[in-house]
Write a protein that binds this ligand. Structure first.
Ligand SMILES: Nc1ncnc2c1ncn2[C@@H]1O[C@H](COP(=O)(O)OP(=O)(O)OP(=O)(O)O)[C@@H](O)[C@H]1O
Length: 320
């Protein structure tokens, strides 16, 4: 098994949302509520879940932009500092419109102390070729490129500093359908060539299915199911994962009757449930579900497929 790049151990993040007259926080939004995760070199880990479940907060923790309020994040490198780059959904707003492309691409190297223009231009030229852009265009500005080309520029910039992990935040959702496949293929090629590790954040289960080796399903700031993508998609164990996947229309299949498989809205995160976070919405609730649940292997035969559900406690391996 490839080595771990990073390990998250019981990560919690909460944000103050109301303060008293002394400025002390009275109410909190609990964005992450005990995330345990190991990310391995060269893999693509897909993180899926509806709006507000904590995907962005998780990315911010990985990038060091948000300190966990509890828990530990360990990077397996000897530099002492991790290097995490991000590719955003909308390349239009993530690229500085005032800079020529060669400067945008080499910004991370510049921050690392490389400042000679000829060196940086040569580096930008190599990176441009790697992502399928002509080096002849490097003096141009972002608005002179198409959406797909701009996303290639953003990917080149992410590659520039030899990152431990690249977070892909909905990397294709702002692009034309015809361009999406090209960008996905480029990401695959680069991953193969450079042993890149991706964390892919998306609402789009089809993109996650296509790109990820493993999938983490998030609900209310927790991972409720984690495992090999094919395994999780073929046999979802958590009732929330089932709802999430049932809500994805399948080409050629009849649409579900309206309301029949509606995903229950994410409950508020100001006051967390004391037991299973999904309890109120679960059709399979049983005695014991009022207790907090841990992420545990579904069975001893599938140790890499974990679920946070009382029905899969070891004494009842078939999830009855
Ligand atoms: N700075 C903040 N202050 C207060 N609450 C916040 C802050 N940032 C995030 N939250 C809350 O934390 C929760 C998780 O938000 P987050 O943006 O991580 O979710 P998400 O899954 O990325 O959603 P989306 O898919 O819409 O981007 C939400 O309830 C959000 O309102």
């Amino acid at each position: 098994m490839p080595e771990a790049v990073l390990t998250l151990d019981d990560i919690h993040v909460r944000f103050p949302v109301k303060r008293n007259w002394r400025g002390q926080a009275r109410t909190w939004a609990h964005a992450l509520n005990g995330v345990d995760l190991t990310v391995r070199r060269g893999e693509t880990l897909g993180v899926v879940g509806e709006s507000g479940c904590g995907k962005t907060t998780l990315a911010q923790v990985l990038m060091g932009l948000q300190q966990p309020t509890q828990g530990q994040l360990r990077w397996n490198n000897d530099r002492g500092q991790p290097n995490v780059q991000i590719v955003f959904q909308d390349p239009q707003s993530s690229l500085d419109p005032r800079l020529p492309v060669w400067k945008i691409i080499t910004e991370p190297s510049y921050v690392k102390g490389e400042s000679q223009e000829s060196v940086m231009r040569a580096r930008a030229s190599r990176l441009a070729q790697q992502v399928g852009l002509s080096p002849d265009y490097l003096n141009r500005y972002p608005h002179e490129f198409s959406g797909g080309q701009r996303q290639r520029i953003a990917i080149a910039r992410a590659l520039a500093s030899d990152p431990d992990v690249i977070v892909l935040d909905e990397p294709t959702s702002a692009l034309d359908i015809s361009v999406q496949a090209q960008i996905i293929n480029l990401l695959f090629t680069l991953q193969r060539e450079h042993q890149l590790t991706y964390i892919l954040i998306s609402h789009n289960v089809s993109v996650i299915r296509h790109m990820s080796n493993r999938i983490a399903v998030m609900y209310l700031g927790q991972i409720v199911e984690l495992g090999d993508t094919a395994q999780v998609l073929a046999r979802q164990r958590h009732p929330y994962t089932r709802l999430l996947l049932d809500a994805v229309p399948v080409l050629g299949a009849p649409l579900p009757e309206s309301g029949a498989q509606a995903i229950p809205e994410l409950p508020g995160n100001r006051v967390l449930p004391t037991g299973c976070f999904f309890l109120d919405r679960c059709a399979f609730r049983k005695q014991g579900c009022e207790q907090q649940q841990q992420l545990k292997p579904v069975s001893t035969e599938t140790p890499m497929h974990s679920v946070r559900c009382h029905r899969y406690d070891h004494d009842e391996p078939d999830g009855k």
